[in-house]
Design a protein around this ligand. Sequence first.
Ligand code: AMP
Length: 399
Amino acid sequence: MGMNKKTIKDVELKGKKVFVRVDYNVPFDENMNITNDTRIVRTKETVSYLLEQGAAVILACHIGRPTEAREEKFSTKHLVKRVSEVMGVDVKWVPDCVGPEAEKAAADLKPGEILLLENLRYHKEEKKNNPEFAKQLADLADLAVDDAFGVSHRAHAANAGIAAYKEVVAGFLMEKEIKFIGQTLEAPQRPFVAIIGGAKVSDKIGVISNMIDKVDKIIIGGGMAHTFDAAQGLPIGNSLCEKDKFDEALAQLAKAKEKGVEVILPVDLTIADRFAADANTQVVDVDKVPENWEALDSGPKTSEKYVEALAGAKTVVWNGPMGVFEFDAFAKGTLAVAKAVAGATEQGAISIVGGGDSIAALTKTGLSDKISHISTGGGATLEFLEGKPMPGIEAIADK
Ligand code: AMP
């Protein structure tokens, strides 16, 4: 897949009606107040640019997983107020994303105005990538913009199918994701170090495997490290373990060895006598985990190894925590990684962090600003790192 994609900077926008797929799947409280508007705020640059260039903007998005019943709680009307505030324009709204009302509102829209369409997923045709539905969306506008990286791993009508009828170009958010993740995976500056943590081998095996193909070093931490340890015959007590993944884990270690990729697993661990914030704890070497204890974090010697491994890195990708960082007592390994990644970035590395937990850990340390790119994608980021096809990105016109 080519990574040199057309963006909104490459096309004529004056007087155009522009269909913009955004990711406004934001969290709400029980009174339908938005509790985190980051996803809206992050599209401001794209929307403002389009308006400044003399375009009329038609925003399309989904909220939640509505059924045929079109649950009211998933209506995009709950976004109108906040989007208006963020964009500084009174946003118009229509109670459907296709059909006569949407067509009329789109036709009447003037340069500098914003129209927000109703939830795309009120129509099951959106996720089915139905061509008729995609054409109806395309017919609302002269041009399509994709700024919804979070759905790029899916071929849906508003991000993939639509490309059959209108040219699709990248918004600024999408451009940034493609630039950082796509180009890094294609031609990384070396040394390239990946840090993969989190609970389960089964969730991350694809990422680990694809990273081993690309990196010089890989740090494997968090709960899944214990599956790697146990597969190699180390005692792990009651630590998290997926016995059915031993073969996979050993295969990845063998692959890394064959490719000359250094695998860094914890050398010491913070163990607990139960899974609780106030459990009794001790630090032990990785081969000394007693029965009935469980490892909930990496230990101080391991943190030193993380710092060493990241010193001099030119590219760093981090996904997933090194321990149960939600409990302060078991957050040290994750915070050490956050600091080491920020430090490597200050020394000139390009750093990419994805996954809600890693981002939360960065926020906790106040180091988010030090990271080159915090990916917004969640599932899309993981699949991109796994090297899976990204139909949403493929649909964007090449330069
Ligand atoms: P993931 O969603 O796969 O990135 O996993 C994140 C979760 O893994 C977090 O909620 C952590 O608390 C959990 N986790 C990390 N390390 C461990 C561990 N050693 N034991 C149990 N859970 C862990």
